[in-house]
Design a protein around this ligand. Structure first.
Ligand SMILES: N[C@@H](CCC(=O)N[C@@H](CS)C(=O)NCC(=O)O)C(=O)O
Length: 221
């Protein structure tokens, strides 16, 4: 059985990491039996989660996990999309993962008010005398990563400008490729009916609907 290495549930989410959540959703969508293990971070081959162990084959990174499932379990997560739509879907995926993610990372880890409510609690089990040191060290590393990516070089106002630009992106009223993709996943026209469809589907595969609702709401007209 596949083992998915995760951080474990936090903040009422299946996992605080969007990439771990993505990998778990892919496993559920593929209908492949799996178990989760929260003890793998120190052995992570790329120093990040998620990764999987599939009968001894270690696959790190959510995109390689996806490719592994597609290749070895005959799943096509983009079934029904034309080649052009697959291109748009991939571009969107990478927009979220390689750009928008970093805005969220900054908001979560660097903005004090958010950090105090959220990631600071990850360190609750660290012995009290060491805790401030460990928190400062990890936060420093996150800051370095943000700087290395480039997102961390923008002002907060600039990051908000970027995030807002993505948040207001909607399926256009002309019938472009995006419209068709969104209508396939049920967002855009016939919204109420569409939300019910999504709700039913995510309930079937056991994902909390709230996550999808928040996402879908940001796309609504
Ligand atoms: N490209 C990777 C990104 C994974 C990733 O960034 N994971 C973060 C959590 S959201 C992580 O493990 N960070 C730990 C660290 O950087 O030390 C994927 O798609 O799986």
């Amino acid at each position: 059985m596949i083992t998915l290495y995760t951080f474990g549930p936090a903040f009422g989410l299946p996992d605080p990491s969007p990439f771990v959540t993505k990998a778990e959703v892919l496993l559920k969508m593929a209908g492949v039996p799996y178990r989760t293990d929260t003890t793998g971070f120190n052995k992570a081959p790329k120093g990040k989660l998620p990764y999987i162990d599939d009968g001894g084959a270690i696959v790190a990174d959510s995109t390689f996990i996806r490719m592994h499932l597609e290749k070895n379990y005959g799943v096509d997560f983009d079934k029904g999309l034309s080649p052009a739509e697959r291109g748009v879907a991939l571009a969107f995926e990478k927009l979220c993962e390689d750009h928008l993610y970093w805005v969220g990372l900054h908001a979560r880890w660097i903005v004090d008010a958010n950090f105090n409510k959220g990631p600071r609690t990850f360190f609750d089990n660290v012995p009290a005398p060491l805790r401030p040191l460990v928190v400062a060290m990890v936060r420093r590393q996150v800051r370095r990563n943000l700087w290395g990516h480039g997102m961390g070089r923008h002002t907060i106002a600039e990051m908000e400008q970027l995030a807002h630009k993505y948040a207001v992106m909607k399926p256009s009223s002309s019938s472009g490729g995006l419209d068709r993709i969104f209508s396939k996943i049920g967002i855009g026209k016939g919204k109420e009916e569409a939300m019910e469809k999504i709700k039913k589907r995510v309930t079937e595969i056991g994902i909390p609907f709230g996550i999808f609702q928040a996402y879908a709401n940001s796309l609504r007209d």
